[in-house]
Design a binder for this molecule. Structure first.
Ligand SMILES: Cc1cc2nc3c(=O)[nH]c(=O)nc-3n(C[C@H](O)[C@H](O)[C@H](O)COP(=O)(O)OP(=O)(O)OC[C@H]3O[C@@H](n4cnc5c(N)ncnc54)[C@H](O)[C@@H]3O)c2cc1C
Length: 527
């Protein structure tokens, strides 16, 4: 993973000159003033942890599994949002943890938490490091240091209960490793977010992730039937039946808690048979409204493909600007929808039912070309972001969700806010996940970098967060709260909601050492 960008460094590419020229003409993008910092130029704070704490941590996990070299610290600094990458490109390593600790078992996690609690050291659970909401930056104030608790060594497929279709898996497994292990049993989780290549199972659960095939396989939180959690107060073991009326569901307290309530050390996950057939195809609708109506009908009738998404007019046009085989859309682009089917003998009948609904609502069938093209490039956008950043463009994504009746208002509110903050950015959107009652909207924004690109984006982001909440949307459908959405989330759930979250945190983590500042603000600043 690139320390100041996304993914495999071998896949990084410069933007071709014609695209740079187009960006300049359309958005006024110019090459950034300075060059990006080299790895050796990143400015890191001195290690704040005392030798005593480091010795105790080594005693718990072994000397090899406590690292405080520059390489480990830089690679555990922040996540992968655009401001995170811009800061790293500027050589700003000020949020680096003092040490990276790699526990090898649940008991070691408990012991690390006990050591850190005793010495008032903040602990940031670290999965794949792909958070885009500031979920990996701890407040330092009031703490003797910050430790990144990297769960990479907890990477086993522990057991498969074939009869119940449940797999017990450890949280440090990256998604491709997890899929590979399950494939050995003919199974799949079916969780394919755009961060698939690097994100982990623990991170998916902690941030309530949703994958591109959620219409068919469900959100990640739907897949979690049980979990084991290490907290500073001890162990929580949750979920012993497919459903239960035994009080409120405490799994839901941990799902989405983003490392602030406890460390997930094991997950029991619903699995599915690996599909025998995969078909992805494209549909064209005249407008975003017409396409949305078709997606709504499909979702409400329960005629849902595994993947179902719809790009707005702008995203469709930009997609066409790429050399690809979706020329069928070129004239009067309209809006492109992708329907993907992963399954068995039921696939042909489902395709027919979807086709009947889509064509009945004005959809034009485009064949497999656009679908295959989408499937082929589904993990490539983050690499393009690196190229755009290097060329002087800021590109970032944001997402929300709302009920169908409110979706057009939400869509307009986000676009208006981004235009008001950024002048004339390029704003693209697609419906990324559908439900009977509503859908999520996923926006991509491209604009010319200002002299202070981080400040430029943070101001725009504050306004758009406010616009989302005011327009009745949720502040996040699948990225989570972290630090970046904390204030808007507090407005969304109200003072009483915040008090409940604080109360839970105080009970599970009385010293407040777990991911301080993430999800919920401390009642008073720690002194
Ligand atoms: C390019 C890109 C594309 C993305 N696409 C998607 C997408 O399609 N769908 C989607 O849902 N998200 C997406 N994301 C966001 C991100 O990948 C998800 O939030 C993912 O769930 C994070 O997993 P991770 O393993 O990287 O967790 P991290 O980033 O390491 O951690 C995320 C949060 O969870 C906490 N945490 C991690 N592991 C544990 C644990 N075991 N116990 C307790 N807390 C823990 C961390 O402290 C942090 O607050 C994308 C991000 C990027 C950069």
């Amino acid at each position: 993973m690139l320390w100041s960008g996304w993914g495999d460094p071998a896949k990084a590419a410069d933007l071709p000159e014609p695209i740079r020229k187009l960006l300049h003409e359309m958005l006024g993008v110019r090459p950034p003033r300075g060059r990006a910092a080299d790895f050796g130029e990143v400015r890191l704070p001195a290690v704040a942890l005392s030798p005593l704490v480091l010795t105790e941590l080594r005693g718990v996990v072994g000397a090899d599994h406590v690292r405080f070299d520059d390489d480990a610290r830089i690679r555990h600094t922040r996540g992968k949002s655009t401001p995170d990458l811009l800061r790293m490109r500027a050589g700003d390593g000020s949020d680096a943890p003092d040490a990276v600790v790699l526990p090898g078992s649940h008991d070691e996690v408990l012991a690390v938490l006990a050591t850190c609690a005793a010495h008032r050291v903040a602990v940031v659970p670290f999965g794949g490091g792909t958070s885009v909401v500031g979920g990996l930056v701890a407040t330092r104030q009031g703490f003797a240091g910050v430790v990144a608790l990297d769960l990479a060594r907890l990477n086993r497929l522990v057991a498969v209960d074939r009869e119940s279709m449940v797999a017990e898996m450890e949280p440090g497994l990256r998604a491709p490793q997890a899929e590979q292990l399950l494939a050995g049993h003919g199974l799949t989780l079916g969780h394919f977010p755009q961060s698939f290549e690097y994100a982990t199972l623990g991170g998916f659960a902690a941030a309530r992730s949703s994958g591109q095939a959620s219409a068919g396989y469900g959100r990640f939180d739907d897949m979690v039937v049980g979990m084991t959690v290490a907290t500073p107060r001890g162990t929580l073991d949750l979920g012993r039946a497919p459903a239960s009326a035994a009080g409120p569901d405490l799994r839901q307290v941990i799902l989405g808690s983003e490392g602030a309530f406890g460390v997930i050390t094991s997950l029991r996950l619903r699995v599915r048979p690996a599909p025998a057939e995969r078909v992805y195809e494209g549909w064209r609708f005249e407008s975003f409204a017409a396409g949305s109506a078709a997606l709504r009908r499909l979702a409400q009738e329960g005629t849902v493909p595994t993947v179902l998404r719809l790009s707005d007019e702008t995203e469709t046009m930009i997609g066409l600007a790429r050399p690809s085989e979706i020329g069928a859309l070129a004239a009067g682009a309209g809006c492109l929808a992708i329907a993907g089917y992963e399954g068995f003998s039921e696939v042909p009948a489902l395709r027919e039912r979807v086709a009947a609904v889509a064509s009945g609502l004005g959809g034009v069938y485009l064949g497999p070309g656009p679908g295959e093209s989408w499937a082929h490039g589904r993990y490539s956008a983050p690499y393009l972001r690196d190229s755009l950043l290097a060329a002087g463009a800021t590109v970032e994504t944001l997402e929300t969700a709302g009920f169908w009746s409110n979706l057009p208002r939400l869509y307009e509110a986000v676009r208006l806010s981004l235009h008001a903050s950024l002048g004339s950015p390029l704003v693209m959107c697609h419906i990324s996940h559908v439900y009977g009652t509503g859908a999520s909207l996923y926006f991509t924004v491209v604009t010319a970098q200002a002299d202070d690109p981080v400040g430029q984006w943070e101001a725009a982001k504050r306004s758009v967060n406010e616009a989302i909440v005011t327009a009745g949307g949720t502040i996040s459908h699948h990225h989570g709260v972290g630090r970046d959405h904390r204030e808007a989330h507090a407005v969304e759930i109200g003072d009483l909601g915040v008090e409940i979250l604080r109360g839970i945190k105080d009970r599970l983590d009385p010293g407040g050492i777990l991911n301080p500042g993430v999800l919920v603000a401390p009642e008073k600043p720690v002194s």
